[in-house]
Design a protein around this ligand. Structure first.
Ligand code: FMN
Length: 174
């Protein structure tokens, strides 16, 4: 199985990077072939949607699109900003074409610093994925209090690790 894991925020000092790394580690431990894509590497300056040059099949946009289309499943790690998604995540989605990526399964890991675990960003993500023909799979992972549950450079806290393991087992079994 091949899973693409995507980190959907480019913010300096983003705590979600610890969730992203833990998802990659857990999938690799389950013998999954993982491609990890940080949205910072998808968006080059200026950070906007680039015109597709059909002759340049190695452009950032083509490469990103091919990675999504080729994956058996995509895990998107997306923090909640103002009850919605980071602008970078939306730009990465706007760089995709439904003709190319439709049908790929997406598993969502939402992240927040508080107690709600990003349930509101999950609602906003759905219509965007639907428009691209990307299938939002169940279940979702909702990470609460990310700084406590995914402390940087330390092991994931035990209840959070159990939820992550259940989530990864579902991705692997999909
Ligand atoms: C611009 C901005 C808006 C935010 N809005 C929300 C929010 O609406 N709800 C929430 O639970 N957390 C919100 N947060 C806090 C994030 O959940 C918190 O920063 C968490 O660490 C995950 O984001 P990060 O990966 O950027 O650190 C916001 C953070 C930023 C930077």
């Amino acid at each position: 199985m091949h899973v693409l894991v995507m980190l959907g925020t480019a913010r300096e000092d983003r705590a979600s990077v610890a969730v992203y790394e833990a998802v990659v580690t857990a999938l690799e431990a389950a013998a999954v072939e993982v491609t990890a894509v940080d949205v910072r590497d998808v968006l080059t300056v200026p950070q906007t949607i680039r015109t597709v040059d059909e002759t340049d099949t190695n452009s950032d946009r083509h490469v990103w699109q091919r990675q999504v289309a080729a994956a058996d499943a995509v895990v998107m790690v997306v923090p909640e900003y103002n009850h919605s998604f980071p602008g970078e995540w939306k730009l990465a989605m706007d760089a995709l074409e439904a003709d190319v990526v439709a049908g790929t399964k997406v598993f969502l890991a939402t992240v927040s610093g508080g107690s709600f675990g990003g349930v509101r960003v999950a609602e906003h993500v759905q219509p965007v994925l639907h428009t691209l023909g990307l299938t939002l799979a169940r279940p979702k992972l909702h990470v609460t209090q990310v700084e406590t549950n995914y402390p940087r450079g330390q092991a994931v806290a035990t209840p959070a690790q159990e939820r992550l393991d259940d989530f990864v087992a579902t991705v692997v079994g999909s």
